[in-house]
Design a binder for this molecule. Sequence first.
Ligand code: IPE
Ligand code: IPE
Ligand code: MG
Length: 234
Amino acid sequence: MSSSVKIPNHIAFIMDGNGRWAQHQNKPRTFGHKKGVESLRNIVTYCQKIGVKHVSAYAFSTENWNRSKVEVSFLINLIFSQIEIEISNFMKNNVKVLVIGNRSTLSKTLQKSFDRLEAKTSQNDGIQLNLLFNYGSRNEIIHACQNYAQDFQKNPNLIMDESLFNDYLLTKTIPDPDIMIRTSGEQRLSNFLLWQLSYSELFFVDTLWPDFKNEHLDDVINQFNNRDRRFGGH
Ligand code: IPE
Ligand code: IPE
Ligand code: MG
């Protein structure tokens, strides 16, 4: 990538197409999820190299519980085992990790694993990886409203505005994404960061997530550089 290219600060990914990728090779869908982890590892490394500061990755939605029991437990076991495997790489590569989503309904073991991952990597500052797990934007917004209502009862001077609302979101410490990329050709948000993506540049690419490589990201960043972000101005 040439040095004059503007590198986005925050890229958010809807990592879609793992199941189809596996099915195309007559393999079980779970095989695609395993391969998807490799894609994410590679993309985070590449993003760090080119100077991206935040990568957000949609790993499990609040709607993904509707999948078969086998697939759901595979995905839950996969994140658990990957955290154990990757934690030393995150330390070596200076990656800070945050897990964003509704944790209260997950097992205590998984909650502890998320806590440990975040605590251990909290001082790293090479790049921040936000893993969206058991995340749904509507759920996040409802919780924000509930928490605000409680605080308001205690303090009626607490006036709601955009900045205060942001503080009630799970992403409160994270800047809004500059770019959102969804792989696999689907053109929808599937309950991903509805508030936060208000002014992001959206890219829908046909490549399936396990096939998504550095050159696909280069292509998106080049297109991003040719877009005119007006934020409502002229
Ligand atoms: C995305 O791939 C990963 C998760 C949702 C966990 P999919 O599993 O949705 O793959 P497709 O869309 O069925 O191909
Ligand atoms: C969105 O993909 C969720 C994740 C990538 C984790 P889905 O495959 O679940 O979304 P839909 O069902 O196609 O909308
Ligand atoms: Mg999908």
